[in-house]
Design a protein around this ligand. Structure first.
Ligand SMILES: *[C@@H]1O[C@H](CO)[C@@H](O)[C@H](O)[C@H]1NC(C)=O
Ligand SMILES: *[C@@H]1O[C@H](CO)[C@@H](O)[C@H](O)[C@H]1NC(C)=O
Ligand SMILES: *[C@@H]1O[C@H](CO)[C@@H](O)[C@H](O)[C@H]1NC(C)=O
Ligand SMILES: *[C@@H]1O[C@H](CO)[C@@H](O)[C@H](O)[C@H]1NC(C)=O
Length: 227
């Protein structure tokens, strides 16, 4: 091809990579239930799509320091389905599809829009985080998702306070608070940890980044909060 065509093609390719076009698509399959109706009234699909998009941008730029699309997990679409047949969990994520429980929305007592926003930050993190090719500590994976929810300002009031909990890898809020401590020792720690988790996982990643093993860090953390 001639030079001008080649230049145009490479410009287009560059634009496609730098914009990293990702589709966000929320649907509600539970509109015939009380929870599904409450979702439409209190949250709505337009708002949910904005949250998926905002959460993704926050995860790339702030939490995971992935300003270049090439650093991110290759995902073309983040999908949300509000579903009636989910019980026992607020939401779950598999294969870039977030399923939000309509019964959870229906039963939630309090500001359900803020709660759903926080849940979506957690689940959107599952879409974008590396999990050591499936070998990462499961408590850590959940802790990273709640760390992002915390940093985005959506930690609910019922979460443990900093310093609380029994094990570093207890998961969810306990591990999120611990990761926040680790991140305070070295800003960007969670981003570095996530990057290391692309190909595999070992607890030694903590020592590799912070110079101290994870058990020692947990003891320091507990001592720091006198907990
Ligand atoms: C969004 O998802 C619905 C249901 O899965 C599908 O019918 C629709 O084509 C999707 N829209 C886009 C823009 O991907
Ligand atoms: C999305 O982010 C923009 C820019 O930060 C903000 O103005 C907007 O309120 C956010 N919307 C939602 C639904 O989070
Ligand atoms: C509350 O949760 C229960 C159990 O999942 C469910 O059967 C019920 O429909 C929910 N209520 C509402 C209003 O969504
Ligand atoms: C983010 O990553 C860039 C390299 O891509 C690096 O120079 C920078 O120090 C990182 N920021 C933090 C807070 O780690």
């Amino acid at each position: 091809m001639d030079l001008r065509v080649a230049a145009a093609v490479s410009l287009l390719l560059a634009l496609a990579t730098t914009t990293g076009a990702v589709t966000f698509n929320a649907t509600n399959t539970a509109t015939g239930t009380i929870g599904g109706l409450r979702f439409d009234v209190a949250v709505g699909l337009d708002y949910a799509n904005l949250v998926l998009s905002n959460a993704s941008a926050f995860i790339w730029s702030s939490a995971f320091n992935q300003t270049r699309p090439a650093d991110r997990k290759p995902v073309d679409a983040v999908t949300l389905v509000v579903a009636a047949d989910v019980s026992g969990a607020a939401a779950f994520t598999a294969a870039d599809v977030i399923t939000l429980s309509a019964p959870y929305v229906g039963n939630y007592s309090g500001d359900v829009r803020t709660e759903v926003t926080g849940v979506l930050f957690h689940e959107t993190t599952h879409v974008w985080q590396w999990d050591g090719q499936g070998h990462a500590n499961g408590g850590l994976v959940e802790g990273v998702a709640d760390f992002v929810r915390l940093k985005a300002g959506y930690a609910p009031a019922h979460w443990v306070k900093p310093g609380q909990g029994d094990r570093w890898d207890q998961g969810y809020d306990v591990t999120a608070r611990f990761l926040d401590y680790c991140d305070s020792l070295k800003p960007g720690f969670v981003a570095l940890l996530n990057a290391k988790m692309e190909d595999g996982y070992t607890d030694d990643f903590f020592a590799g980044i912070l110079g101290k093993g994870v058990q020692q860090l947990w003891q320091d953390y507990k001592a720091n909060y006198d907990a």
